[in-house]
Design a binder for this molecule. Structure first.
Ligand code: PMP
Length: 290
């Protein structure tokens, strides 16, 4: 059963409600994290809390709880959850305010944490690879909304995902205003070409994904050449391999984009990195008592 924590305490699901005057609801004014736990232990908790802190700081959103308090709250929520593996959503909104957008009218930020079962990627997609399109809608330019801020504003990404669904695809790749690849609608993008692993730099419009960071480290530890460099759709169309990364999906191989088949899916390099990534999760979230 879902576990909900609201402003300092675990509450029954039906009591886990926010005000219709909350600026998170009215304007998407807030930040969040999507976090995964395995074996009752969070994977890369510090990285998620740091990103949350930075997102809030960038928006001058005062966090009413310290990162230590939030870490304890997450532990409490996981303890109350019925499964050892699951997903945590941690949200901080600007809080209740008047009807204008002015954030300085809001009193205290609203903080909530939800533990829920993972919406797993279908086994067939995980095994055979995802089908992608390049969305026509572009990623909001970083001069308008810094992509490193994990904010509650996802309309841009939602519209890209809708394009994918209308085209019977699994996911959409978003380009920035210069036609360079930014990221997926809720994931980061990697390709492999001539044994070089490449991912777009965050300056091209990507969120600094926690999984992306881990994959970059794993690839380097495996001795692979890893580059953060600008990519265009041509680079994916002609890639040897392509895969997506995100907290929920972990790593997802790509089999097709805009009707072009990716040469290898799942490719050898993907499989090496995936095994390295899984090994790391198992080591970092192993039971303390075995
Ligand atoms: N980009 C966007 C826009 C996302 O929403 C996410 C997932 N929250 C990611 C990338 C992947 O980030 P992470 O690996 O931290 O889940």
């Amino acid at each position: 059963m879902t576990v909900c924590w609201l402003n300092g305490q675990i509450v029954p699901r039906e009591k886990a409600t926010v005000s219709i005057f909350d600026h998170g609801v009215l304007y998407g004014d807030g930040v969040f994290e999507g976090i995964r736990f395995y074996n009752n232990r969070v994977f890369r908790l510090e990285s998620h809390l740091q990103r949350l802190h930075d997102s809030a700081a960038a928006l001058a959103l005062d966090m009413p709880f310290s990162l230590e308090q939030l870490a304890i709250a997450i532990t409490d929520v996981i303890e109350a959850f019925h499964l050892a593996d699951g997903y945590i959503r941690l949200v901080i909104t600007r809080g209740e305010g008047r009807l204008g957008i002015n954030p300085f009218n809001c009193s205290t930020p609203t903080v909530f944490i939800i533990a829920d079962e993972l919406a797993l990627v279908e086994d067939s997609i995980k095994a055979e690879g995802a089908k992608l399109i390049v969305a026509s809608i572009r990623r909001t330019p970083s001069s308008s909304l810094e992509p490193r801020i994990k904010s509650l504003n996802y309309l841009n990404n939602i519209q890209a995902l809708m394009e994918a669904k209308y085209a019977n695809a699994d996911e959409a790749i978003m380009l920035n205003h210069e036609g360079k690849i930014a990221e997926g609608s809720a994931d980061n993008v990697f390709i492999v070409k001539n044994n070089i692993v490449k991912t777009p730099p965050t300056i091209d419009g990507a969120l600094e994904g926690i999984t992306r960071g881990v994959v970059i480290d794993v690839a380097r530890e495996l001795g692979l050449t890893m580059l953060e460099c600008s990519l265009t759709p041509y680079d994916i169309y002609t890639a040897d391999e392509c895969f997506l990364t995100g907290t929920g999906m972990e790593l997802l191989p790509v089999r097709e984009i805009d009707g072009r088949s990716i040469a290898h899916c799942p490719g050898e390099t993907y499989q090496k990195i995936y095994h390295g990534f899984r090994g790391l999760i198992e080591r970092e979230t192993a039971s303390l008592f075995c």
